[in-house]
Design a protein around this ligand. Structure first.
Ligand SMILES: [Zn+2]
Length: 413
């Protein structure tokens, strides 16, 4: 990073360099506690050092850089995002929220400017959870709600998280010390690619996030009676899959009726699963998300009622097992306002939108106010090698982020 190039050019060069820390194959594949993670962490730490930050790696593999403020506000502003990717993912999901703050701090440092508070940039080691099937390990450790029970979880090669940490040169016993006290943290703010098509459709490079959608994931089972595909008349059937098909269409219809609601059935299985057997069983996944918990609860109740109606009419029995339930996170209104002002300050219409995807901010919301900014991505595509942003948008994102820091400072004074 030199003093002459634009912040956007620096961001693109840094995300390109991080993208090379990857397993072979299309896109970027960089997982928790791997040699690629180690390579990326060294790059990030070097950039933080160059930007005038004090750096360390904590016991869960997060790279932490602190840029000292002038001391007038004792609490620290935390920002950052995740360094890991999905399998064959893109180069901006997560990384943009690490390198943009570093580039902004480098600019402040060159000008000899200090904020009223210390600012910490954290490159979280694990958010996507590809290797161990867990999520938000890095940010949970920082938020102090890391579950030590997960240390025994193993990857496909049988290596536990505890073992992988030790091989990486870290001591799992040190994880509790990575936690911050709520009273020491001013807020957590995160810049992220949108991963959706709204900003592009609105012709806007950036937007401010009002909420991160809550999600409920369930496994639904319909049970009827299996039978001979040739001999059981249509009127005498209790076909579980036909019932499930009707129910899945009801999910689509009910979620389309609500504002900002999304519902998805991504897995369907029929049993016994033969061309000449009426399906006696059908199971499917259900994923429902909304930025407001009351809206999500309401549509889930309507969906259940619809499932019961379908089952009663078709003589099927119904089981619903909830496998995951995460409440929505509302971004702090003062941080939403700071984001709006920062965007408007660049002469851009400040659009507020919600996030349908989960982020590290969800974990941090346990200890502090959270705020998020989104940067437009091409076609709304992410978790894909085709994930793309423009240099101009990266530059706008950085300029807005710098203003965001100033607005946060004003509102915290
Ligand atoms: Zn992400």
């Amino acid at each position: 990073m030199s003093g002459n190039e634009t912040m956007g050019a620096a961001i693109m060069a840094m995300t390109d360099a991080l993208a090379r820390c990857s397993e072979a194959g299309p896109g970027v594949s960089r997982h928790f506690l791997t040699p690629e993670h180690k390579q990326a962490a060294a790059l990030i730490r070097g950039w933080m050092d160059d930007a005038g930050m004090e750096t360390h790696m904590d016991a869960i593999g997060n790279v932490v850089g602190r840029y000292r403020g002038d001391g007038s506000i004792g609490r620290c502003l935390i920002t950052g995002s995740h360094q890991d990717t999905v399998r064959q993912g893109g180069r901006y999901d997560g990384m943009l929220g690490i390198v943009t703050p570093i580039v902004c701090i480098a600019a402040l440092n060159r000008q000899g400017r200090r904020l009223p508070f210390d600012i910490e940039v954290i490159a979280f080691g694990d958010e996507e959870g590809v290797r161990f099937g867990t999520t938000l390990l890095g940010s949970h450790a920082v938020a102090g709600n890391f579950d030590p029970g997960v240390l025994d979880k193993c990857d496909r090669a049988g290596v536990s998280i505890a073992g992988a940490l030790e091989r990486f040169g870290l001591d799992p016993a040190g994880i509790p010390a990575a936690a911050r006290r709520a009273e020491d943290v001013l807020a957590y703010v995160e810049l992220h690619i949108e991963q959706g098509p709204v900003l592009e459709a609105e012709g806007l490079p950036v937007g401010v996030v009002t909420a991160i959608a809550g999600a409920t994931r369930s496994l639904v089972r319909f049970t009827g009676v299996a039978g001979h595909a040739g001999t059981v008349p249509m009127t005498a059937r209790r076909d579980a899959l036909a019932g499930a098909a009707e129910a899945i269409l009801a999910v689509e219809r009910l979620c389309a009726e609500g504002r900002d609601l999304v519902g998805t059935v991504g897995i369907v299985e029929a049993s016994p699963g033969a061309a000449n057997v009426i399906p006696g069983g059908a199971s499917f996944s259900l994923d429902v998300r909304a930025p407001g918990d009351a809206d999500r609860d309401r549509v889930l109740a309507a969906i259940r009622e619809e499932f019961e109606t379908v089952c009663a009419r078709r003589g099927l029995s119904l089981e619903i097992e909830d496998v995951y339930d995460e409440p929505a996170v509302t971004c702090a209104p003062w941080l939403v306002e700071a984001g709006r002002d920062a965007i408007a300050g660049e002469g851009i219409r400040p659009l507020a939108l919600f996030s349908g995807a989960g982020h590290d901010a969800v974990a941090l919301s346990a200890i502090c106010d959270v705020g998020m900014l989104f940067v437009r991505c091409k076609g709304g595509i992410s978790h894909n090698p085709a994930e793309a942003i423009t240099e101009a948008d990266a530059d706008t994102g950085a300029r807005v982020f710098l203003r965001y820091l100033e607005r946060i400072a004003e509102r915290s004074a």
